[in-house]
Design a protein around this ligand. Structure first.
Ligand code: SF4
Length: 329
C-alpha cells in the first residue's frame, strides 16, 4: 500500500443473514482511495453501495449483517480488527459520512449550534467558546449565517439542513468523507450548490472522498475515479475519463444509454431491461447475465475474470474492442 493511500478495501464480502435467507450484498470488492482523491461509487439501488460505506464505517447492523471476508485498511489499520472504542474515534476524527436524508444526522430537539459544538467538544480539547467560534466559522463557509446558530433543524430548508450536515461532517477535519447520495433529496438548483460546496471544501482540506450515487453526471463533475457496482461486485473501474470515454462492461454501457441525450428530441429514458438480481438468490456465472444482451453459454456457467490494469472490468469478453466489434459486424 502506498503511503498516500487513505483507504484500501480488499476482497470485501458482506452478507445479511436471517433464519430464512442469506442476502449476499457485497461480493468481493477491491478498491483504494488516495489522499485528496475522489471516487464515485455508482450503481442502482441494491447494488451494495451503502453496505460498502457502512462496512468502511464499521456500522453494519449486526445481526443480521456480517462481514464474512476481506480487509478494510484506513490509514494502514485494518478497521475490522479495531475495538468499538477505536472505531468510534475513527468515526469522529478520521472518517465522516453524509447521508441522503440530513435529518438522520441531526437531532430535532437540539439547536444546530449546540449539536455541532457538542461534536467538537466530544472529540477535541476545546473550550466552549472556542468550539462555538469554530462552528460559526464552518457554518459560514458552507453558507449558513451565524445568526442561525440557535435555530432548530426544523427551522431550516432541506438544502440548508444538508449544508449544516456538511459542516458537521467537516468539524474534525476528516481524512475521508463518504457522501451517500448527498443531493438526492434536494431540488436541482440546490443540488448544484451543495455539490459545489463539497467540491470546494474537499480541495481546500485535501480530503479523500467516496461519493455514492446513481447519477453519472454528478460523478463526472465531482470525481477523479469511478467504480461501477452491480449485485455487490465492482464490474468496471478506472479514471472518470477512461470509463466515460470507453466503457467496457455492458452494464456500464447500459447506464450511459439510459441517460437522456440533450440532442435527442424524444429525451426518453431507456432503462436497462430487467431488474438487479435478488441478493438472496444470485444467478450462477456472471451476475449480470440475465440482463445482458451479449450473454453466451460460458456467462451462465462461470464468473467472469477481472480484466485490464488501471481501467478494469469483469467480463468474459472485451466486447467493445475493435476486433470484437468487427467480428459482430
Ligand atoms: Fe454479459 Fe457475459 Fe460479459 Fe456477463 S460475462 S457482462 S453476461 S458478456
Amino acid at each position: 500500500m502506498e503511503n498516500n493511500t487513505v483507504l484500501e478495501v480488499k476482497n470485501l464480502h458482506v452478507h445479511y443473514v436471517t433464519s430464512e435467507s442469506a442476502a449476499k450484498a457485497v461480493n468481493g470488492i477491491d478498491f483504494e482511495v488516495k489522499e485528496g482523491e475522489s471516487l464515485g461509487l455508482v450503481g442502482e439501488t441494491g447494488a451494495g453501495k451503502t453496505t460498502t460505506a457502512l462496512a468502511i464505517m464499521q456500522l453494519i447492523p449486526d445481526p443480521p449483517g456480517i462481514i464474512v471476508d476481506g480487509e478494510i485498511y484506513f490509514e494502514g489499520n485494518n478497521v475490522i480488527l479495531n475495538t468499538d472504542k477505536e472505531n468510534q474515534a475513527m468515526r469522529g476524527n478520521g472518517i465522516s459520512m453524509i447521508f441522503q436524508d440530513p435529518m438522520t444526522a441531526l437531532n430535532p430537539i437540539m439547536t444546530v449550534g449546540d449539536q455541532l459544538s457538542e461534536v467538537l467538544l466530544t472529540h477535541e480539547k476545546l473550550s466552549k467558546a472556542e468550539a462555538k467560534k469554530r462552528v460559526i466559522d464552518l457554518l459560514e463557509i458552507v453558507g449558513v449565517k451565524s445568526d442561525r446558530y440557535d435555530d432548530y433543524p426544523h427551522q431550516f430548508s432541506g438544502g440548508q439542513k444538508q449544508r449544516v450536515v456538511i459542516a458537521m461532517s467537516l468539524l474534525c477535519n476528516p481524512k475521508l468523507l463518504i457522501a451517500d447520495e448527498p443531493t438526492t433529496a434536494l431540488d436541482v438548483t440546490i443540488q448544484a450548490q451543495v455539490l459545489e460546496i463539497i467540491n470546494n471544501l474537499r480541495e481546500k482540506y485535501k480530503m479523500a472522498m467516496i461519493l455514492i450515487t446513481h447519477d453519472l453526471g454528478v460523478v463526472a463533475e465531482t470525481c477523479d475515479k469511478v467504480a461501477i457496482m452491480y449485485a455487490g461486485q465492482i464490474v468496471e473501474a478506472g479514471t472518470v475519463r477512461e470509463v466515460y470515454l470507453n466503457p467496457k462492461h455492458p452494464y456500464t454501457r447500459g447506464l450511459f444509454d439510459s441517460i437522456p441525450k440533450l440532442d435527442d428530441d424524444s429525451s426518453e429514458l431507456i432503462p436497462i431491461e430487467g431488474a438487479i438480481s435478488n441478493a438472496a438468490d444470485l444467478p450462477t456465472g456472471c451476475y449480470f447475465h440475465p440482463r445482458c444482451r451479449y450473454c453466451k453459454e460460458i456467462c451462465k456457467q462461470q464468473q467472469p475474470p477481472q480484466k485490464g490494469e488501471g481501467h478494469t472490468f469483469m467480463c468474459h469478453f472485451d466486447l467493445f474492442s475493435e476486433e470484437e466489434k468487427e467480428e459482430r459486424r
